[in-house]
Design a binder for this molecule. Sequence first.
Ligand code: CA
Length: 260
Amino acid sequence: MPTTARWSALTIVSTPAARRPRPVAPKAPTPCESSTNSTAFSNWRFLYTRGNPNTAILGISDRDVRHRINAAASYRQSLGYGTAVTASVFYNVQSGRPYTTTFSNDMNGDLQDNDILFVPANPSDVIVTGGTWDELNAYIEGDSSMKDHRGLIPERNMGRAPWTNGLDFRLAFDLPVKARNNFQITVDVSNFLNMLNKDWGVVRYPNFNEVSPIRFDGVDAATGKMIYNLTPMKAATFKKFENDDPRSRYQAQLGVRFRF
Ligand SMILES: [Ca+2]
C-alpha cells in the first residue's frame, strides 16, 4: 500500500539584535506610540512613561513577537480500495507578550496610572511598607522587566510573559464513492496538547501589557525617599498574568466533505 509522508520546512522567525528597538536617552526623545487602545485620549494616557507622557520614547511595541518557530508535517496511509487516512500536525511556539511594570496608581501627578516603576538597587533606595524589603527584592529578582534594571526606570515593555506553544491536529479519511467522486470525513483538534494535559497549551498574558505590583505612597519628608507599598502584590487577587481561556482550551470539530 502506498504511503506518503510529508514534512514541511521548519520555520524560525527571530528578530536579530541589530533590528530591535534600542533604548533612547531621555534627553533625545523620539516620539513613538504603541498602545492597544481605541481612542486618542486612551492612547495618550495608557502609554507607559518614565516621567513625561508628552514626550513618548522609542520602545518595544506592545505587539512585538520576538521569536516564533513553526513546524508542520503530514502522513498519508492508503487503506486499499481507494480509501486512505491522512494525519497532519501544525506546531507553533513563540515568545510571550511584552509588558511593563508600573505603579498601581498615579506617581508623577498627571492623574493617569501610567508610570513605569523605578527599580530600587538596594534597601536604602526606597522605604517599603505593607511588606518587607526581602519580599520586594524577591519579586524584582523573579521579574523579567526589572531584574536587569536595578537603579533605573526601565524602558517600557522590557518584560516578557511566558512562552506559548500549541499543536493543531487533523485526521482525514478519504472514501471513494465512484469515479472522480470522493467523500471525506475530518476530525480537527486545535490545541491538541491541552487535550492530553490541562496544563499544556495554556496561554498566559499581561493584561494591557502592564503589571502593577506596587502602590506609590508619596515621598518621605524626612529622607526624601519614595514609599513603596507592597499591598497590591500581596493581595489575594493579584496575578501577573491572565489566562487566555479561549486560546488555552482544546477545541474539536467534525467535518464532512463531498468532492464531485
Ligand atoms: Ca501618572
